[in-house]
Design a protein around this ligand. Sequence first.
Ligand code: CP
Length: 345
Amino acid sequence: QKYAQSGQGGPLRDRIAHEGRHHLLSVDQFTSRESVEELFRIADMMQPIARRQKISRVLEGAVLGNLFFEASTRTRVSFGAAFCRLGGSVCDTTGFTFSSMAKGESIYDTSRVMSGYVDAMVIRHPEMGSVAEFARATNIPVVNGGDGPGEHPSQALLDLYTILTEFSRLGKLLDGSHIALAGDLKYGRTVHSLMKLLALYRGLKFTLISPKGLEMPESILEQVGRNGHVIEQTYSLEEGLRGADVIYATRVQKERFAEEELGGYSAEFQVNKAIVDKCCGPDVIVMHPLPRDSREGANDLSTDLNHDPRLAIFRQTDNGIPVRMAIFAVLLGVETLVPHSLRDV
Ligand code: CP
């Protein structure tokens, strides 16, 4: 069985509300496995719409404001596509240069103004906590599309959805499994959100593999440790990957610190076919939030796994659409209308 039974009542958006409002700012808003899996049932329902096998217009007339003050391909486009797939339309602004923040406008004023124009906002901003500041200034739903080194909740949700889907295909259970998180665990916001979300399951073993100086923040270790999971930290990729059921590699976020801080980081630190073959079995899944850095000297994830079925990165990106459709449907309170709205292509 892919998901646990849902025993809770009332709309999901009220159960995951942030300070009484329908925002998605942190995975901490999901306090049980049941609530997160309820979202995934809705994502499953969205799959035929995401693949354009069915059409739904439940968000017809609604407008999404996509405000991205940091570089993005996946998050910005897939949130936009998810909103359009449900019949809505999207207004984008990208970078500070093309927003009036370049003229000194505050987060508060920007958020208040946008609230009069659109029905929901997705925001990416380089400062941790900034998206929550946008959310405090508005009554419309705000989704955190990445706040500096803070969180990236929609990415973690699609990552967990991918893990459960892959495990279901492989006949494996997430409870009791071994998750290896590798790379920049200090500034990589996707791993912060994912580790906290995974902690809702039982008896996990985490191996955390990072260069010296880029370890997982203590606050997250404490939060996850309280749930009784085994957490091992190592600077050796080979040691950390041994026997893993999931390898989750991340890019070093060079834009967030001076390179001299990197110290022991070396080319040895790359997840590639040789090390996956050496350390893991045929049913490991290899994930990465992307982008992976394809420039000379980059180390996160080799392209030599591109045709290896264990590489799940493009199934992961595909899952971004139905999961983000489910997030909108829940936050805007239309998820129960979707089954009645379906029509053929
Ligand atoms: N995974 C992710 O956040 O990708 P983008 O930076 O392209 O949005």
